[in-house]
Design a protein around this ligand. Structure first.
Ligand SMILES: Nc1ncnc2c1ncn2[C@@H]1O[C@H](COP(=O)(O)OP(=O)(O)OP(=O)(O)O)[C@@H](O)[C@H]1O
Ligand SMILES: [Mg+2]
Length: 412
C-alpha cells in the first residue's frame, strides 16, 4: 500500500534534516521535522556512508515519534550536490511525417533523439528535463510550446536539460539511506529540488537564478522561458566564511562560528557604534577583544569572494537576462543584510527565498527557516510531465492530481 505521507532527507555538509508531510486541503502539510549535525559529509559529498546512515537512523526515529508515524521502510526523496555535475542543453530536430499531427509517440521520439548525448565515463544521468519544444523551426509559423501533443507540425525539436553526476556519489547517497532502513524514492539535484518550493512559474518564465548558500557548497540553477538552462555547484559556503574569521582573528572554528552568528551581518550601513567583542583564541588563551567593525569587514570580504565565484560561473555560462533576478536560500543566506549585499555586488534584483505556501504549509518558524529549503523542495519535487497533456485538453491539472502522483512514490 502507498505511504500516506512523504519523507525527504537533506544530507548537508553541516546538518542532516528529515521532514515528513501529508496532503491536507490540496497542499502538503509538514507534520514532522528535525535536523542533527551532519557526519560523514564534506563539501556536499558523502565521504562516509556509515556515519550518514547512523545520523539518519537517529533522527528518523525522533521524527517518527514526534508525528506518531512508523517511518521504517518509508521511501524518501534525497538531495545530491555534486561539484562534478555536468549540465548539457541538447536538442535535435525530427520530422513529423504522416498526418503531421503530433502524437505522444512522435513527441517521445523527439525527446529520445534529444536525450541521446554522449555520456561521461563514470557519470550517470540524474535528470533529463524537457525545457520546451520548437514546432516548425525556421519557418514563419514557428512556435515554442510546452504541450505539443495534438498540434499540426512538419518538424518538432525537444530542448532538453540533461544533468549528470558522478555514479559513485549517487551510490553513496543510496547506500547511506538504504543502510538506515529506508527506501529511496528519488535522488534530486539540490537546487532543482529547492526551486520547486521557492521559485514561481512566472519567475522561471522571466529568468531567475536560485542560489542556495549552504555550509560546504553553493548550489545554483538558472531558469528562463519556463525551463532550466544552467546548474552548478561551487565549493564555497558558510564554512568558508567561518574559516576566514578563524584566519583573521586566530580563533577556533567553533568560536568563529559563534562570532559570525551572534555578531555578524553584511548590511550596507554600519548603523551600530563601534564596540569591542570579547573572544577566545583557545582554551588557555588570555581574554582577547576585537572590533565589531573589523569582524564585519572580514565577513563582508569573505561573502564578496563567494558571490564573485557565483557570478563568474554565471557570466561564463549564461548570457541571458535574469528579469526576476536572484533568489537566495540556504543557511548562510541568513546573515542579516544578505540579499541587499548580494544585490549591490551583482547589480541585479535579489531577494531571500520564501517558501510557496500555496504548495506547502507547516510550523511558521520551520517553513521560514532556509536551512530546511532543500528538504521542503524535495517533498514537492517530481519530474515535470506537463508536456504529456494534450494541447486542446481543458483538463485542469490541479495540485490535487499532482500530489496524488507524488504519494504513489510509496509503491516503488
Ligand atoms: N544567522 C546566520 N548567519 C550566518 N550564517 C549562518 C547563519 N545561520 C546559519 N548559518 C550558516 O549556514 C550554514 C549551514 O547552512 P545549511 O544548513 O544550508 O548547510 P548544509 O545544507 O548543511 O550544507 P551544504 O548544502 O553546503 O552541503 C553554516 O555554515 C552556518 O554557519
Ligand atoms: Mg544544503
Amino acid at each position: 500500500m502507498a505511504d500516506e505521507w512523504i519523507v525527504s532527507i537533506d544530507i548537508g555538509s553541516s546538518k542532516i534534516a528529515v521532514v515528513v508531510a501529508e496532503e491536507k486541503l490540496d497542499r502538503l502539510h509538514v507534520i514532522g521535522y528535525t535536523q542533527a549535525n551532519s557526519s560523514g559529509v564534506e563539501k556536499g559529498l558523502i565521504t562516509n556512508p556509515d556515519l550518514v546512515s547512523s545520523v539518519i537512523k537517529k533522527i528518523i526515529n525522533k521524527v517518527g515519534e514526534s508525528c506518531d508515524k512508523n517511518l521504517d521502510n518509508s521511501n524518501a526523496s534525497i538531495n545530491i550536490s555534486d561539484n562534478r555535475l555536468t549540465v548539457t542543453n541538447h536538442s535535435s530536430r525530427v520530422l513529423t511525417k504522416g498526418s503531421g499531427k503530433i502524437t505522444q509517440k512522435k513527441m517521445s521520439e523527439a525527446i529520445e533523439t534529444s536525450s541521446a548525448v554522449l555520456g561521461i565515463a563514470n557519470n550517470e544521468v540524474l535528470h533529463s528535463v524537457v525545457n520546451n519544444f520548437i514546432i516548425n523551426e525556421d519557418t514563419p509559423d514557428s512556435l515554442i510550446t510546452n504541450q505539443p501533443i495534438g498540434m499540426q507540425a512538419r518538424t518538432i525539436r525537444a530542448n532538453m536539460h540533461i544533468v549528470s553526476v558522478a555514479e559513485r556519489n549517487v551510490d553513496s547517497v543510496i547506500q547511506s539511506v538504504s543502510n538506515s532502513g529506508l527506501g529511496v524514492a528519488q535522488v534530486v539535484l539540490d537546487s532543482m529540488a529547492i526551486s520547486e518550493a521557492y521559485i514561481t512559474e512566472e519567475e522561471k518564465e522571466d529568468g531567475v537564478c536560485l542560489v542556495d548558500i549552504g555550509a560546504g557548497v553553493t548550489n545554483f540553477s538558472i531558469f528562463k522561458n519556463g525551463g532550466i538552462t544552467h546548474s552548478a555547484v561551487i565549493q564555497l559556503g558558510g564554512e568558508n566564511i567561518t574559516k576566514d574569521i578563524v584566519y583573521a582573528f586566530g580563533t577556533s572554528f567553533e568560536e568563529a562560528e559563534d562570532l559570525k552568528i551572534k555578531h555578524g551581518h553584511v548590511k550596507n550601513n554600519l548603523l551600530t557604534e563601534e564596540k569591542l567583542i570579547q573572544f577566545s583564541q583557545g582554551p588557555n588563551s588570555q581574554e582577547c577583544y576585537l572590533s565589531n567593525y573589523d569582524l564585519i569587514e572580514a565577513i563582508k570580504k569573505s561573502y564578496l569572494k563567494l558571490f564573485a565565484s557565483v557570478k563568474k560561473d554565471i557570466n561564463k555560462q549564461a548570457k541571458c537576462r535574469l528579469k526576476a533576478g536572484f533568489v537566495l536560500t540556504g543557511g548562510a543566506s541568513k546573515i542579516p543584510g544578505c540579499a541587499e549585499f548580494f544585490m549591490k555586488s551583482s547589480r541585479t534584483k535579489t531577494k531571500l527565498g520564501r517558501v510557496n505556501e500555496q504548495k506547502i504549509t507547516g510550523n511558521v518558524n520551520m517553513i521560514s527557516d532556509s536551512t530546511y529549503a532543500s528538504a521542503l523542495g524535495l517533498l514537492l519535487y517530481e519530474a515535470d510531465e506537463s508536456h504529456l497533456e494534450v494541447v486542446q485538453s481543458q483538463e485542469n491539472l490541479g495540485i490535487s492530481r499532482w500530489i496524488k502522483g507524488k504519494l504513489k512514490l510509496g509503491e516503488f
